[in-house]
Design a protein around this ligand. Structure first.
Ligand code: FES
Length: 213
């Protein structure tokens, strides 16, 4: 339940009970995957990024393919118009919920060099793009650096758009918070930590030694 609904349930319990009852009992013939795909159509149509972020991962979890999710986004076009559909595609791509585009491979040609260690501030996160992936780089005060995927482990939001607390980064979508030195999830307790991208400092430069995808 969203925070707003939780608030309503406390401040207007009778109204909230009827509202929740409506949601619970009004849709009975549709299977879960179809329901969530239709939710995507409605969220794109009304232009709510928050709702899209909430329901699109549920569609995937309920068995929808990324192709079906893209179809649902496009189904909204007649009512939503092009701009809302394109905004939704940006959000869905950021969350890795749409089919990948087959791009000409440049593996081997792509530099694995993220830049000079000295160019990264100590104790602050810095975002870099590499091979189409957003990465978080965190330089520690022992002369090394940690590199992570910038996708939030909770629901794939881009942590580069989160709040930089210095030694921690907080996701702007559901406020999960991660320690940048270890990648561990600090809030909520027991949450999945950041995905580490293997790297090393070589001749004063940060170099990837593993895949960033
Ligand atoms: S996407 Fe939910 S906390 Fe980041």
């Amino acid at each position: 339940m969203s925070k707003a609904l939780t608030y309503l349930a406390k401040t207007r319990p009778e109204a909230a009970t009827h509202l929740m009852g409506f949601y619970k009992h009004s849709v009975q013939a549709l299977d879960e995957k179809t329901r969530h795909l239709i939710q995507i159509v409605t969220k794109v149509t009304v232009g709510t990024e928050r709702g899209l972020r909430q329901y699109a991962p549920k569609a995937l979890k309920a068995g929808a393919s990324r192709e079906e999710i893209l179809d649902a986004v496009l189904m909204a076009f007649p009512a939503a118009g092009l701009n809302k559909v394109l905004d939704a595609i940006d959000v869905m791509r950021e969350m890795d919920l749409l089919p990948e585009v087959a791009e000409a491979s440049s593996e081997g040609e792509t530099s694995r060099d993220l830049g000079a260690l000295a160019d990264f501030p100590v104790g602050r996160m810095r975002c870099v793009e590499h091979g189409g992936a957003a990465l978080l780089v965190y330089r520690t005060d022992d002369g090394s650096a940690r590199v992570y995927s910038a996708r939030c482990p909770h629901s794939k939001a881009n942590l580069c758009k989160g709040t930089d607390h210095g030694t921690r980064v907080e996701c702007r979508v559901h406020n999960w918070t991660f320690d940048l030195a270890s990648g561990a999830c600090l809030e909520p307790t027991g949450g999945t930590g950041l995905t580490v991208i293997p790297s090393e400092v070589r001749e004063g430069r940060i170099v990837l030694t593993g895949s960033a995808s």
